[in-house]
Design a protein around this ligand. Structure first.
Ligand SMILES: [Zn+2]
Length: 234
């Protein structure tokens, strides 16, 4: 808090506590009080943007405290009472802060740590809101990675794809057919069993109303149609 904010804070306390109010009446003692409180509360903000902290509320809470502990009302509020009220808010802020990587060369350890500390201090003193999300890679894909993906042709490496083939026979057949320069029958609808594009051909009905069988190999007419449409030999 700045001296101006401290002056307002002390005025606020003075409304509740005539002992503080008397300190402010004399210019010299008012200045001393403001200096003392400013030094003690230099790292405490007057408010937080989200409204979760307001030093004025801390004052009200201090003087409205009721019940078993009435001792507070027998001594004027002190800067350490504000610090105690602020402490849990500071902890909460730091728990939300994720310490984003500073935008300086990480090999420059001194500069890196200084930047990190500046960021933390700014959050701990309420001057900056915590950075809660870890940074996402917003940059476009690295050209070397793009080139490699283009060469592989698929994010699934060829070796893994071969091992997966036994669990996805229809997709494996389709890929083998296309790779061999043949047509891609699943790209067209089947005029025989009326399977939609992308869906496998359907065979006979299964017993007990369990629907139709799925054919691993598309109907010949579908292969012919695909070959014709795609301009390749079936
Ligand atoms: Zn079919």
């Amino acid at each position: 808090m700045q001296p101006r904010e401290i002056a307002a804070l002390l005025h606020r306390i003075g409304l509740n506590d005539s002992r503080i109010d008397r300190q402010l009446a004399d210019e010299n003692s008012a200045e001393r009080a403001i200096t003392r409180w400013t030094e003690a509360l230099t790292n405490v903000p007057a408010t937080l943007p989200d409204g979760s902290w307001d030093v004025g509320r801390a004052v009200r809470n201090y003087y409205e405290r009721k019940g078993g502990d009435n001792s507070a009302q027998y001594r004027p509020m002190e800067p350490h009472d504000v610090l105690a009220a602020w402490a849990p808010h500071r902890t909460a802020l730091m728990q939300r802060h994720t310490d984003p990587a500073p935008a300086v060369d990480p090999d420059n350890v001194a500069a890196y740590l200084a930047e990190l500390r500046t960021g933390r201090t700014a959050v701990a003193t309420g001057q900056a809101t915590p950075v809660e999300q870890r940074a996402l890679t917003a940059a476009p894909i690295d050209p070397r990675i793009a080139e490699r993906l283009h060469q592989i042709g698929s994010p699934i490496p060829e070796q893994a794809r071969a091992q997966l083939a036994q669990f996805r026979p229809r997709a494996a057949d389709r890929e083998a057919l296309v790779r061999a320069g043949g047509p891609d029958p699943l790209a067209v609808a089947c005029t025989w069993c009326h399977a939609e594009p992308g869906k496998p051909c359907r065979g006979g009905w299964r017993p007990n109303g369990k629907g139709r069988r799925i054919k691993n190999r598309p109907h010949d007419s579908r292969i012919d149609l695909a070959a014709q449409q795609q301009g390749v030999a079936a």
